[in-house]
Design a protein around this ligand. Sequence first.
Ligand SMILES: [Zn+2]
Length: 264
Amino acid sequence: MASRRALIAAALPALAGCAAPAIRASAAAPRDEDAARLARLVAAYPAHLRGMEGGELVWADGTRMPSGAGLPARPFEAMLRDATIADQLRQDYAPGPLRETPPPDHSPGRIRHASFFRKLYGDCRDPRTAPPLTRITWMPRTRPQAISVTTVNDVHLRLARVIEALEALPDAAKAFLVPSAGTFNCRDVADTGLPSMHASGAAIDIGTRGSDYWAWSRPRGAMAHRNRIPGEIVEAFEAERFIWGGKWWHYDTMHFEYRPELIG
Ligand SMILES: [Zn+2]
């Protein structure tokens, strides 16, 4: 008996030693879905991101950020306020015509990991790393307006190409575009307190007159999706990999932002 007990006692640490690394490995291993999405993220920002290593996102300058890959998805509100990098990729954005009302809480692109975008575009509250902005002209042949956008990721050049496509649309569509309600703005998103993509200079709001916004709905909480923006405007932006806030459950139909990891 004593010898059998001794044998079991001797075997236990070995068993524990075997089991522990296996559990750790499976917890740390990104799920295939996360891995594919993170690969798309790296491919979308080739000048900034080097790749993934051991569950961390590695930047071109060697900075490492935990990706959150392999962690279970959390409720939308939790991800909205405190997203991992993997969380911000979890909701799929469907380019093309808006075929149906987005299901509750489906707001692809609204979940953002703030440090990721601060590192990518700069921090507008820190003069040492403020976003590099340039001025371009919004709708120069319709109603010229100087707007400030970032030069990071050639957003200014991409938006200039969007503008060319928009200028070719019929006047009825162009009426939705002018004046722009804003581009760069060092502000937070009202309901999350986290930096807006406008603080990066990588977002634009078109005209407000034909736009709808969830927070304008009355009474609050009785929100029903609304949109009046013509599809050809959305197509012109999506061709340059800007996503549209009209495809969010929390609809913001004047809003477009450059998010190549979610589209294309
Ligand atoms: Zn906006």
